[in-house]
Design a protein around this ligand. Structure first.
Ligand code: ADP
Ligand code: MG
Length: 222
């Protein structure tokens, strides 16, 4: 069976894509074989993996810049022996994002606390709509994730309200927490670095929602 595919993307850098991709891949690896595809030519996920902090999945750098090479890129991912492939996407509307949207079962869009983030996310959702129209299976499902946000601030609350008006389901949020940065510095992930932290709880909650969607149950249903 080909693996299920979870893509993490937004058309803006620094929104927490790589942080979310690595931590979710690690959390989901507790119950299934996970492979992380680093599709960003900047290779942040690959570098994180190479710090040898014991991340519980396999990882490969697989950038895609030329749309003419998309077929080979897609074949490489769909023939991976893992149960789940997590794809960490680059921050632009390149070939990798388009190809990942054609493949993905679930598209996660981390959105940071600024109006620029909301605008970039709106463009990513346009690409999502195009991909759904091109496919016949209604996929990918999507989840908007409020990322790096301090909910106690007015800006955080405003962004959260804006997310709910974007027409896609809003998943559990990921707060602005230094533990994510500290875990990454040592090549680790939050579940190994600080298993009882609120940060880990957020990742576990989000992973459970993602797993439910991948199983074919809708967000919010038991
Ligand atoms: N939830 C978070 N809380 C605090 N810092 C974060 C969080 N998510 C990401 N960061 C930090 O923000 C920076 C950009 O995050 P990254 O995941 O690399 O974003 P992207 O892949 O979207 O460019 C990194 O230094 C990372 O450690
Ligand atoms: Mg990144």
């Amino acid at each position: 069976m080909p693996p299920q595919i979870l893509a993490v993307g937004n058309l803006k850098g620094g929104t927490g894509k790589t942080t979310l991709a690595v931590n979710l891949a690690a959390e989901l690896a507790g119950k299934r074989k996970v492979h992380l595809v680093d599709a960003d030519a900047q290779e942040s996920a690959t570098e994180w993996f190479q710090l040898d902090g014991g991340l519980p999945f396999t990882c490969e750098a697989l950038p895609l810049d030329d749309p003419g090479e998309a077929a080979g890129w897609i074949a490489r991912i769909t023939t991976n022996p893992a149960d789940l492939v997590v794809v960490d996407l680059p921050p632009h509307t390149g070939a990798a994002t388009a190809a990942a949207l054609i493949l993905a079962d679930l598209f996660l869009v981390p959105i940071g606390p600024s109006t620029l983030d909301i605008r970039a996310a709106a463009k990513a959702l346009d690409m999502l709509t195009e991909a759904r129209e091109a496919r016949e299976d209604g996929k990918p499902a999507a989840l908007l994730i409020l990322s790096k946000v301090d909910r106690r601030t007015a800006a955080g609350r405003e962004i959260e309200a804006a997310l709910h008006e974007m027409g896609e389901p809003v998943g559990p949020m990921v707060g602005l927490r230094s533990a994510f940065v500290d875990a990454a510095s040592g090549g680790s992930w939050i579940g190994a670095y600080a298993p009882r932290s609120v940060a880990h709880q957020e990742i576990a909650t989000l992973a459970a929602v993602a797993a439910r969607i991948l199983k074919g149950k809708k967000h919010g249903t038991a």
